[in-house]
Write a protein that binds this ligand. Structure first.
Ligand code: BG6
Length: 463
C-alpha cells in the first residue's frame, strides 16, 4: 500500500456529485497523506461552470474529509484542477484534449462517477477527442446496466473504444478489508479449508442491512430496488468469495476464473416464489421522487444453492434491505450439528460457526463449544475472535490505488456482470409477477416472511 503510484492523470467525471465528495476526494486525500500520490495529477470534470479556484472552495465546504490539518487538506485541494464540459455533447471535449496535452508522459485514468445514462455520451466524447491511448483506463461506477440487455449494450458500446484490459468496473464491496480477508482465511488455514464443503457446512447466511432509507436517491433507487442495487453486485461478489474453489494463483485472471464458475453454478429453486421474500418499508412511497404506487422492493431475501461438488445441497440465504434496525454486513457460516450423545443430552449442542463481520465492526469470529465450568456433561458456546484493530482504509482508497496501478483483481470482469444479470433478471421477473410485496415498519428486521424462508428448512437467521 505504500507504493508510490505511477505517473498518471486521474480524471473524475461527475466531480461535483455526491460520491466524489463523500468517497473519492476523501480516498484520494488519504493516499496523498500517505505520500503515494505525488506523481498523480487530478482533473475534476463537471457540468457546473466553475473555475479551479471555485471548485476548491466548493471542496472545502462539501468534501467529507477527516483531518486535523486544514493546511494539508488545502494543499491537496490546490493540486486539483477543474474543467466544465458539455458532457452530453460528444463534440465538446476539445478542452479535455487540450488539458491532456499538458501531460504527454502520463497514463490517463477516466473515472466515471456519474449517473449511468451518461456513460455512453462520455465514452463517445473521449473517443471523439482522441484522448484515449493504449495506456489509458476507464472506470465505471456501478450500476453497469440495469438488466442483461442494457449491460450488453453498454459493454458493446464501451468496447468499441476501450479494450477489456482498459476497463475497470467498480464494486466497492470487494475493496473492503474483511471481504478481501475471506480468501486468506479460507486458503491460508489448514484448520478451516478441509471443512469448507457440504459434509460439514450446514448453511451460509449473507446479510447486508442498512438503517437509512433511500434518502435523496429516490429517482435512481425506485428503478433499481434491492435486487439490482445490492444483490446483482455486492452480495454476489461476497457469495463468490465465500464459495469459490481455490484459484491456482492470486493473479486477477485466476481469481476471476474461479468466481465466474460459482456464478455459473448458482441454482434458483424450481418453485422460486417460495424462496424469495420482497418487502417495502412503510413510508417509502412518501419519500422524495417516489411514486405513490411504487412496487419497488426495499428489502429482498432469497435462498440459493451452488450446484457443484463442494457445496451442492447447502442452502445459501441472502438478505438486504433499507430502513432496518441496524447497519450490518456479515457472513455467517453455520456447521452441521454434532449429535448430543456425550454432551448436552437435554439441550442440543450449539452449532459451530464462523462469522465474517464486515460492517460496522470488522473481524472474524469462530464459535465452538467448551465444557461448562464445574460441570461434567454440559457445554456452552464461546467465541474466538480476530478483531481488526487498526482502522481499515476506506474501500475506495484501495479501489483507486489498484486502478492507478492497473490491477484488475478487485474489479468486476464482464462475464461476471453478464452472468449475474441473467440471474437477477430472472429474480426481477419473479418479483414483478409475485403478488406479495411484504410491508415492514422502519427500524425492524424486515418482513416476518424472511424468517419463514429459513423456517421451511428448519433453520433460523443467526443474529
Ligand atoms: C451502494 C448502494 O452500492 O452500496 C447503496 O447503491 C448502499 O444503496 C451502499 O447504501 C452500501 O454500501 P456500504 O459500503 O455502506 O455497505
Amino acid at each position: 500500500m505504500s507504493k508510490i503510484l505511477p505517473h498518471s492523470l486521474f480524471v473524475i467525471f461527475g466531480a461535483t456529485g455526491d460520491l466524489a465528495k463523500r468517497k473519492l476526494i476523501p480516498a484520494l486525500f488519504s493516499l496523498y497523506n500517505k505520500q503515494v500520490l505525488e506523481n498523480v495529477s487530478i482533473l475534476a470534470i463537471g457540468r457546473k461552470p466553475l473555475s479551479s479556484v471555485e471548485f476548491r472552495t466548493y471542496l472545502q465546504n462539501e468534501a467529507i474529509i477527516k483531518t486535523e490539518s486544514l493546511d494539508d487538506r488545502d494543499d491537496f485541494f490546490s493540486k486539483i484542477d477543474y474543467l466544465d464540459l458539455p458532457i452530453n455533447d460528444q463534440n465538446g471535449y476539445e478542452p479535455l484534449s487540450q488539458f491532456t496535452r499538458m501531460y504527454p508522459e502520463k497514463n490517463i485514468v477516466f473515472y466515471l462517477s456519474t449517473p449511468p445514462e451518461l456513460f455512453e455520451p462520455i465514452v463517445a466524447g473521449i473517443a471523439n477527442a482522441w484522448v484515449n491511448t493504449p495506456f489509458s483506463r476507464v472506470a465505471f461506477e456501478k450500476p453497469f446496466g440495469s438488466d442483461l440487455e442494457s449491460a450488453k449494450k453498454l459493454n458493446d458500446f464501451v468496447t468499441q473504444t476501450f479494450s477489456e484490459d482498459q476497463i475497470f468496473r467498480i464494486d466497492h464491496y470487494v475493496g473492503k478489508e474483511t471481504i478481501q480477508n475471506i480468501l486468506a482465511f479460507r486458503f491460508a488455514n489448514a484448520l478451516f479449508e478441509p471443512l469448507w464443503n457440504n459434509h460439514y457446512i450446514d448453511n451460509i447466511q449473507i446479510t447486508a442491512t442498512e438503517s437509512l432509507g433511500v434518502e435523496n436517491r429516490g429517482t435512481y433507487y425506485d428503478h433499481a430496488g434491492a435486487l439490482r442495487d445490492m444483490v446483482q453486485n455486492h452480495l454476489f461478489q461476497v457469495l463468490a468469495l465465500v464459495t469459490m474453489e481455490p484459484p491456482h494463483s492470486l493473479t486477477s485472471t485466476a481469481i476471476h476464473d474461479e468466481k465466474i464458475k460459482v456464478i455459473h453454478s448458482l441454482r434458483l429453486e424450481k418453485y422460486l416464489p417460495a424462496h424469495v421474500v420482497f418487502g417495502q418499508y412503510a413510508g417509502y412511497r412518501n419519500e422524495l421522487w417516489i411514486p405513490e404506487t411504487s412496487r419497488t422492493e426495499t428489502f429482498a431475501a432469497l435462498r440459493l444453492e451452488v450446484h457443484n461438488w463442494r457445496l451442492k445441497g447447502v442452502p445459501i440465504y441472502l438478505r438486504t434491505g433499507k430502513a432496518l434496525a441496524e447497519k450490518k454486513t456479515k457472513v455467517v457460516i453455520e456447521f452441521r450439528k454434532n449429535a448430543s450423545i456425550l454432551y448436552n443430552e437435554q439441550d442440543e449442542l450449539d452449532r459451530n460457526r464462523i462469522i465474517f463481520e464486515i460492517s460496522p465492526y470488522e473481524g472474524i469470529s469462530v464459535g465452538f463449544n467448551v465444557k461448562e465450568y464445574g460441570e461434567t456433561k454440559n457445554t456452552r458456546a464461546v467465541w474466538s475472535e480476530f478483531i481488526q484493530t487498526t482502522e481499515s482504509p476506506e474501500a475506495y482508497e484501495r479501489i483507486l490505488s489498484d486502478l492507478l496501478l492497473g490491477d484488475h483483481t478487485l474489479f468486476t470482469r464482464w462475464d461476471m456482470i453478464e452472468e449475474s444479470w441473467k440471474i437477477v433478471d430472472h429474480l426481477v421477473h419473479c418479483k414483478e409477477n409475485c403478488p406479495i410485496l411484504h410491508p415492514y415498519e422502519k427500524g425492524t428486521h424486515g418482513p416476518d416472511a424472511v424468517d419463514y424462508l429459513l423456517a421451511m428448512d428448519e433453520r433460523e437467521w443467526y443474529e
